[in-house]
Design a binder for this molecule. Structure first.
Ligand code: ZN
Length: 136
């Protein structure tokens, strides 16, 4: 069959992709009202962006930090100001171009606009993304 497909393609037929299943698809060549099946192909695995892991760490010296290589955000609840810290580290994550001063200012501004419910939701999200807890 693919021989006909190649012929069709060389003859300038239209190539369409047809889904076979979740892992494979097939190219089909359409020309003159006829279609020719090509080779089944594997979908390229989408390189999923690795999600950040959130960690709670009372032993660290700062309020929090972010490791872009390891994709880890750490927050130190012992220091307090947890909401500000989470906002701060998330700003770093989403705006690599922002400097420290800009991030600090923006985090403070964002927090000012938050209701208690917003703050609770932020904490819930943090806990949902939290993996290992080094909280003792
Ligand atoms: Zn910072």
């Amino acid at each position: 069959m693919p021989a006909d497909f190649d012929k069709c393609r060389r003859a300038g037929g239209k190539i369409r992709a047809k889904r076979i299943n979740s892992k494979e698809y097939m190219h089909i060549c359409v020309k003159g009202g006829k279609s020719y099946a090509g080779y089944p192909k594997q979908y390229q695995k989408l390189t999923k962006k690795k999600a950040y892991v959130y960690k709670e760490d009372k032993k660290m010296h700062s309020y929090g930090d972010i490791d872009d290589e390891k994709k880890v955000i750490r927050v130190n609840p012992a220091k307090g100001d947890v909401i500000d810290t989470i906002l701060h580290e998330e700003l770093h994550k989403n705006n690599p171009g922002m400097n420290e001063k800009q991030v600090s200012k923006k985090a403070t501004l964002l927090q000012k606009k938050m209701s208690i419910k917003n703050q609770r939701n932020l904490l819930s999200n943090f806990l949902r993304k939290k993996k290992n807890a080094n909280k003792v």
